[in-house]
Every structure is written in structure tokens, then in C-alpha cells.
Design a protein around this ligand. Structure first.
Ligand code: PEP
Length: 243
């Protein structure tokens, strides 16, 4: 399937910097062997979507609330994101699970809300270093997957080992392939044919130098890129490596 390279801009950049980065990605997006998605902070979603309108680059957010509207100070609904021009939303990123105590049940509710509002949920799963060292990686990821995905899920899954995010460390290629195979089997068992075509992204210190090897692994259908997505040339180089 055609790979997806998604950039998670996290809490970085002024409005002007976001617009400039979006423009640089747009200008280099022609003829790539992958679909592109950029996920700026909430505040910049509308401007980035406007800058990318008509281009091959999609826009997503990094979270949404599970409710359609209401008394939820500081939160943003999926419908608001759709209205601002987003087509995707990252959900259950480990930084949200850690910083905001998001549970699998909360992620599941958000994913259902996102889909209901017409957004493609990009649901993140991944083990901590202690869980990996304890031989629990596959069990943890399987549990997160089972409990974070709503019935009828038609989105994207991102496998992001927590200990690989922003650290410059990555699992071995064999470990990535093993977990992606486990995720594929779980998706196929639960969702049938649709599970066979769900994109499974790898995330965690993906860079231009390691992207080709990771993206060539079985059941790796793209990448979720943090730090390297803030430099257009690096993000585009990762996308080229998907070919
Ligand atoms: C992420 O946080 O989604 C991520 C993959 O970050 P990095 O690429 O910086 O490790």
C-alpha cells in the first residue's frame, strides 16, 4: 500500500514558522512515493491548512476531545478541527498518555469521536523501556490496541516505542518487524479485510539516515516523525526513502 509519512510538530513554532515550514513541505511534495501529513499545534491548524489547500499535503491535529461540544475549557472538538481544515488527528500519543493521563478508554472515545466528525484517527501505541526490558512489549501493545481502537476502526495505527521517541534510539529492525506483524495480525483478527489494509506507521527517532531500512520492513506502511519533521528537507528525505 502507499506509505504515509506523518509529521508531528508537537508544541513547536510560531505562526510564521509553521506557515514557512508548511510552504517548504508543500514545495517539495511533488512526485514523492508517499502521502504526506503534517500535524501542527491546534493554534496553527487553520493557517497551515490554508497554506496547503490544493496541495498533496494533508493536515492533522495532535489531539481532540471526545465530546462534540460543551463545557471543556481548553479543549478542541473533532468537528472544530474538521472545520479548520484538518483531515486527520493523532490520538493517544505517549506524551498525552503521560502528561495528561490519557487512558486507552479515553483514546478509544476520542477515536470514535474523530471518525464521527469525518477525521482519520492516527492512534498511537507503544511500550516503555521498562516494559520492553521486562519482555512485555508485545503484550502491552496488544492490550493498547485492543482497548484504544473503537469498533469499526478505519484509521491509522502508529507503533511508537516510548523509549525511542526523541532519544535517537530505535528498536532493532527485527523487533520493529515483529511488533508490526503482531499489530497486523490483531487488526486482521478484529477487523477482517479492513485490518489488512490499515496503515501501520513506525515512530521513534526516524531520520533520513535510518528511514529507508525501517520503511522497507514488512507491515511498516509509513512513519510518524517528530523531531525530523521540523526540518522540511529531512521530512521530505524520509518521504523519498519510502520509495
Ligand atoms: C513522536 O513523538 O511522534 C516521534 C516519533 O518523535 P521523534 O521522531 O522525535 O522521536
Amino acid at each position: 500500500m502507499r506509505p504515509l509519512i506523518a509529521g508531528n510538530w508537537k508544541m513547536h513554532g510560531t505562526l510564521a514558522e509553521a506557515a514557512a515550514l508548511a510552504g517548504a513541505v508543500r514545495d517539495g511534495a511533488g512526485g514523492l512515493p508517499a502521502d504526506l501529513l503534517v500535524c501542527p499545534p491546534f493554534l496553527h491548524v487553520a493557517a497551515v491548512a490554508a497554506a496547503l489547500r490544493g496541495s498533496a499535503v494533508a493536515v492533522g491535529a495532535q489531539d481532540c476531545h471526545a465530546a462534540a461540544k460543551g463545557a471543556h475549557t481548553g479543549d478542541v472538538s473533532a468537528a472544530m478541527l474538521r472545520d479548520a481544515g484538518a483531515t486527520h488527528v493523532i490520538l493517544g500519543h505517549s506524551e498525552r498518555r503521560t502528561d495528561h493521563g490519557e487512558t486507552d478508554a479515553a483514546v478509544r472515545a476520542k477515536a470514535a469521536a474523530a471518525a464521527g466528525a469525518g477525521l482519520v484517527p492516527v492512534v498511537c501505541v507503544g511500550e516503555t523501556e521498562a516494559e520492553r526490558l521486562g519482555g512485555q512489549a508485545e503484550a502491552v501493545v496488544s492490550r493498547q490496541l485492543a482497548e484504544s481502537l473503537p469498533d469499526g476502526f478505519a484509521g491509522v495505527v502508529a507503533y511508537e516505542p516510548v523509549w525511542a521517541i526523541g532519544t535517537g534510539r530505535t528498536p532493532t529492525e527485527a523487533d520493529i518487524a515483529a511488533i508490526h506483524g503482531t499489530i497486523r495480525a490483531a487488526l486482521a483478527a478484529r477487523f477482517g479485510a479492513a485490518g489488512g489494509t490499515t496503515r501501520i506507521l513506525y515512530g521513534g527517532s526516524m531520520k533520513p539516515g535510518n528511514a529507508a531500512a525501517i520503511l522497507a520492513l514488512p507491515d511498516v506502511d509509513g512513519g510518524l516523525v517528530g523531531g525530523a519533521s521540523l526540518v522540511a528537507a529531512d521530512f521530505l528525505a524520509i518521504a523519498r526513502a519510502a520509495g
